[in-house]
Design a protein around this ligand. Structure first.
Ligand code: SAH
Length: 359
């Protein structure tokens, strides 16, 4: 082989064994040779084809409340952010929106919010039950709740739950989450798995105090836990949070995020990996590039624009005014990339049983 050196040996090993140690991952994450980076992205794209094929799963995202009981240092929805105008959608509004999304042909509806206890478990369960009649998969992303609540929603028909660990570095987690506990959050993911949900975890890349060691640990943990979905996005500083002043290098953070994504694809093989909105916020075209670096999921935002403009986790998200057009654009983009917009539910492929899923 023409290229020699430790990094190229590691890429060969990654291709052959589809595995690396944490230390080896650190070396690849730290390598700034463009050729090595491009080869890593190419490899991830090949493994994506091999394990999850050409389909891109579309998930209709609804951000239904920006109230939050927590105070995570990086997030614009944090309780102490007095600048944010808060909103809550009613259950009826939510149902009507879900119906519109289903009519567009999307087969997954993602309900996301801050940790807002105003929505009680029983009301949410009956909403889920109603939405399930629209013949869609339902994914929840509403934070940490009690095991009995997770169980109730699962019984009502919820299929998936997204709860990112954000970082698997205990000390870093503690620094960023003044009122959250590392083990408790991880325990929620364990409970969700036991209840039979498809479980999504994930991280943020480029957090203050985060090292390549902690990112490599995240990747090994994704592999060890065998999460069904893994959301990997760059940290985007929000001036209305305590971490708003962070000096950042968007290009470096962008490439590092893509490398974490690419390595995660190879090591987890069949996990569903979204091209996250935050990547597109950081660098124009970032989400499209992610689809060539291991990602196979895209989440168009269907939140009405007057609410979307207040769901400011981080700045610069961009607001979609007309989502019929937007959806067409997304589908065209997927086709341009030689991929196929999926018409199925988009469950995780399980070896042998294809798209059958687990329900
Ligand atoms: N309250 C829910 C939903 C969280 S919001 C929960 O706790 O799971 C969705 C995601 O936004 C978070 O998981 C986090 O990874 C991401 N996020 C928060 N602040 C961010 C920031 N400043 N930059 C990039 N991503 C951020």
């Amino acid at each position: 082989m023409r290229n020699s050196g430790k990094e190229w040996d590691l890429l060969n090993k990654l291709d052959r064994e589809e595995n690396l140690t944490q230390e080896e991952i650190v070396i690849l994450l730290g390598c700034r040779d463009r050729k090595v980076e491009e080869q890593l992205f190419y490899l991830a794209d090949e493994k994506r084809k091999k394990y999850v094929g050409e389909e891109v799963h579309l998930r209709g995202l609804v951000e239904f409340s920006n109230f939050c009981r927590r105070n995570c240092l990086y997030c614009g929805l944090r309780r102490d952010n007095r600048k944010l105008k808060r909103y809550r959608m009613s259950l009826e509004e939510l149902y009507n929106l879900a119906e519109k999304i289903a009519l567009q042909g999307l087969k997954t509806i993602v309900l996301q919010s801050g940790e807002d206890l105003a929505y009680d478990a029983k009301s949410l369960a009956s909403l889920i039950h109603r939405i399930k009649k629209l013949d869609v998969a339902v994914a929840l992303s509403i934070g940490e709740r009690e095991p009995w609540e997770y169980a109730l929603w699962r019984d009502a028909g919820a299929d998936r739950y997204l709860l990112k660990q954000e970082t698997f570095d205990r000390e870093l987690f503690a620094k960023l989450h003044p009122d959250d506990d590392f083990d408790q959050r991880l325990e929620c993911q364990r409970t969700l798995k036991e209840l039979g949900y498809e479980v999504g975890s994930g991280n943020m890349v480029g957090l203050p105090y985060q090292t390549l060691q902690s990112l490599a640990l995240d990747i090994k943990k994704f592999q060890e836990w065998d999460f069904d979905m893994i959301g990997i996005g760059p940290f985007v500083p929000n001036p209305d949070t305590p971490l708003g002043e962070e000096v950042s290098n968007p290009e470096g953070k962008y490439l590092l995020t893509l490398k974490v994504l690419a390595l995660t694809r190879v090591l987890t093989k069949t996990s569903n990996l979204p091209a996250t909105t935050a990547l597109g916020t950081l660098i124009p075209g970032g989400r499209e590039k992610a689809l060539s670096c291991g990602a196979n999921v895209f989440m168009p935002n269907f939140t009405p624009s007057f609410y979307q403009s207040r769901y400011i986790i981080y700045p610069g998200k961009g607001i979609e005014e007309s989502w019929e057009n937007y959806l067409l654009e997304v589908k065209k983009m997927i086709e341009r990339k030689g991929r196929v917009a999926s018409t199925g539910y988009g469950n995780r492929v399980s070896s042998g049983s294809g798209e059958a899923g687990r329900r």
